[in-house]
Design a protein around this ligand. Structure first.
Ligand SMILES: Cc1ncc(COP(=O)(O)O)c(C=O)c1O
Length: 403
């Protein structure tokens, strides 16, 4: 008998190919871009060409910092390459406890728990905290991992327009009296680069007896006097119940976290399935996180420099009439409109020596395709000055929408 081809029913692969062709026809097909070499100064080599990387989330330039690489190597030497089991089984190393204690001190909370990624932290925390009968109030532009967590939880999704406090209040007012009410917001929105109205969200959640969860993925290491995020910057740490974030962006490593009251963290150890049923974060990554937390604490000038450069970048692009939406941070979008326009803009930038990826639906709303620039403390100021000029020139040449 002939061995099965592995191709499944005759129509299976043809159907997938058809879906890919449909995506292609709508300028929505995604392809992997191979980085051949990572170079100093926030540069990469792609297709033989050296590009200034304006698309990474390595905001403090720590991903390539030799101290993180050395700390990772040292942790691997002492503890091995893998943790060997999930945390509740036999994978909870002293290193996990030490890094979690350091993290809690950094965040200004009683305790903290580390997940394998930020995605897993959102999935685990949300599904543990809410379920059928509960309601989650979610900013429309929150990250996909938050939406996935809500869907998986079975809780009711009450989505409010981006940063619209009146709409949120109406939803809170009309919510069923029974069941938990959880408000979730990104603190820095990942594709618009603007900030959540955190002070007002805290007031609303207190008025309506809700719980507030803040995703500080793009703020950790960047905002606040100690780099802990927007809640710290606004002096609101103690009034937010669930602090979530990731080590994969400004901290240059990998792994997500939730920080808060000891009882919250103990509860997550018992109920967060992405924590319970997944192997513990490996020692080299913990070594890198530990080192990154230390650098964030000791070198505040990195985030100050980043934010100062970002302010100049935003101002100059906006002054040239480009639509940078409400960006207030190191993430600066430039709206192109159609998917084609965003792809053409990204291609023109690439030819000019810049890696800046086009974001299209479903990552952004239809008609708001854009190129998202993200700055890093690793970028030399002169390279950023050049980049600003080139971006403005190309945007004009391509006829991008003006404000
Ligand atoms: C706001 C936000 N939350 C969560 C995540 C997920 O984090 P990670 O990349 O560590 O899985 C991201 C990153 O893509 C993000 O932008």
């Amino acid at each position: 008998m002939e061995a099965p081809s592995g191709a499944g029913p005759p129509t299976f692969l043809a159907e997938l190919a058809q879906e890919l062709a449909d995506l292609e026809a709508r300028d929505l097909r995604r392809r992997l871009l191979e980085v051949e070499e990572v170079l100093p100064g926030g540069r990469v080599r792609v297709g033989g060409q050296v590009l200034l990387n304006l698309s990474a989330n390595d905001y403090l330039g720590l991903a390539q910092d030799p101290r993180l690489a050395a700390a990772a190597a040292e942790a691997a030497r002492r503890w091995g390459a893998g943790a060997g089991a999930s945390r509740l089984v036999a994978g909870h190393l002293r290193l996990h406890r030490e890094v979690e204690e350091k993290l809690a001190a950094f965040k200004g909370t009683e305790a903290a728990v580390i997940f394998s990624t930020g995605y897993m932290a959102n999935l685990g925390a949300i599904t543990a905290l809410v379920g059928p009968g509960d309601t989650v109030f979610c900013d429309r532009l929150n990250h996909a991992s938050i939406y996935d967590g809500i869907r998986l939880s079975g809780a009711r999704l009450a989505r409010f327009p981006h940063r619209d406090l009146n709409a949120l209040e109406k939803l809170l007012h009309g919510a069923p009296p029974r069941g938990r009410r959880l408000i979730i917001t990104d603190s820095v929105f990942s594709v618009d680069g603007d900030l959540a109205p955190l002070k007002e969200l805290v007031s609303l959640k207190e008025r309506y007896g809700a719980v507030l969860m803040v995703d500080e993925a793009h703020a950790t290491g960047v905002l606040g006097p100690g780099g802990a995020g927007l809640a710290e910057a606004l002096g609101l740490t103690a009034r937010v119940e669930v602090h979530m974030g990731t080590f994969s962006k400004a901290l240059g490593a990998l792994g997500g976290y939730v920080a808060g009251d000891r009882r919250l963290i103990d509860f997550l150890h018992n109920r967060a399935r992405s924590f319970i049923y997944s192997t513990a974060l490996p020692p080299p990554v913990l070594g890198a996180i530990d080192c990154a937390l230390e650098i964030v604490r000791r070198e505040p000038e990195r985030r100050r420099r980043l934010l100062a450069e970002a302010a100049v970048f935003r101002q100059q692009l906006a002054a040239a009439g480009l639509n940078t939406l409400g960006s207030e941070t190191q993430i600066v979008p430039v709206v192109a409109g159609s998917n084609r326009a965003a792809l053409d803009f990204a291609q023109a930038l690439r030819e000019a020596g810049y890696l800046a990826v086009a974001l299209r639906p479903p990552t952004v709303p239809p008609g708001q395709a854009r190129v998202r620039f993200s700055l890093s403390a690793a970028h030399p100021p002169e390279a950023l000055a050049q980049a600003r000029q080139t971006i403005v020139r190309l945007a004009r040449e391509l006829g991008l929408p003006r404000t």
